[in-house]
Design a protein around this ligand. Structure first.
Ligand code: SF4
Length: 273
């Protein structure tokens, strides 16, 4: 089987940086480390880190000792305050692009705008940004009418551009003053563009990444629109032989939190089919 891959594949800048910071702590300082929620949305990588002693904790109040890591998507304001009050040492691996969303959102609120975050209200990044607005913001996933004179917009970093443009267009037609920050991460945009281009050249696409990874799911959604034979997998164990009937060329891409190791294994597996 012939395999083609996108150029930008494997860890993005923010994930690489976060993993490096955490590994430095466990390997050099031998400290007990916990992350609030999974550090990235890739279960296989989280398992590799657990073997090295990096444990995800869902509830911040259960932390009693060790070094606390703020994950790439950011944590909520009250969680950060709790960690500070308790005097725990912390390592902030929040991606600088996620911090940019927070910064713009806070600026908008301070200047009297009703803040709209375009994204998924259940995603940790959106929850984090909203918490820094003291939950005084609106999260939108589809075009919606807003009752406010001044509206300020930011987006979840992993949003697809079409959703962003559609919602902003609806707002622009209905509010008096609109200020928009396109905070979609460049890495997300580039990966989506490359994946769409590749999907037009192959018979089938495999999108490798965590099922809980927003950027992988978005990638899958946009690619599926141009290549109906698109499947999201976490590892080669998810691959089904019946997908390959009549397929000669397979395209592979991956989410921003997918380790190279998993992509290489999938590539080898598909080539040998
Ligand atoms: S996808 Fe972008 S925003 Fe998210 S961690 Fe990677 S570089 Fe940062």
């Amino acid at each position: 089987m012939k395999v083609l891959k996108t150029k930008n594949i494997g860890f993005c800048f923010g994930v690489k940086r976060a993993i490096k910071m955490v590994l430095k702590e466990v390997e050099e300082n031998k400290n007990k480390v916990c992350t609030i929620g999974p550090i990235i949305h890739n279960p296989q990588m989280v398992d590799i880190l657990k073997e090295k002693g990096v444990m995800p904790v869902e509830d911040v109040s259960r932390i009693n000792e060790g070094v606390v890591v703020f994950r790439t998507h950011g944590i909520k304001k009250d969680e950060a305050e709790y960690i500070e009050q308790k005097g725990f040492r912390s390592i902030d691996t929040t991606c600088p692009f996620v911090k940019r969303v927070r910064k713009h959102a806070m600026y908008l609120k301070k200047n009297g705008y009703k803040v709209v975050i375009i994204g998924d209200k259940n995603h940790p990044e959106v929850k984090s940004v909203l918490s820094y607005l003291d939950n005084d913001g609106i999260v939108l996933q589809e075009p919606t009418l807003i009752e406010a004179k001044k509206v300020g917009v930011v987006s979840q970093t992993t949003l697809d551009k079409d959703t962003f443009v559609n919602i902003v267009r609806e707002l622009a037609g209905n509010v008096h003053e609109l200020r928009v920050y396109n905070t979609i991460c460049e890495s997300t945009e580039i990966r989506q563009k490359e994946a769409i281009e590749l999907a037009g050249k192959v018979d089938m696409m495999l999108i490798v990444g965590g099922k809980n990874s927003a950027n992988t799911s978005k990638l899958c959604k946009v690619v599926h629109e141009v290549q109906p034979r698109t499947y999201q997998i976490e590892t080669n164990n998810d691959i089904k032989p019946e997908w390959f009937h009549g397929v000669h060329i397979v395209g592979i891409t991956g989410g921003a939190s997918t380790p190279d190791l998993i992509i290489d294994t999938v590539e080898r597996h598909v080539k040998n089919l």
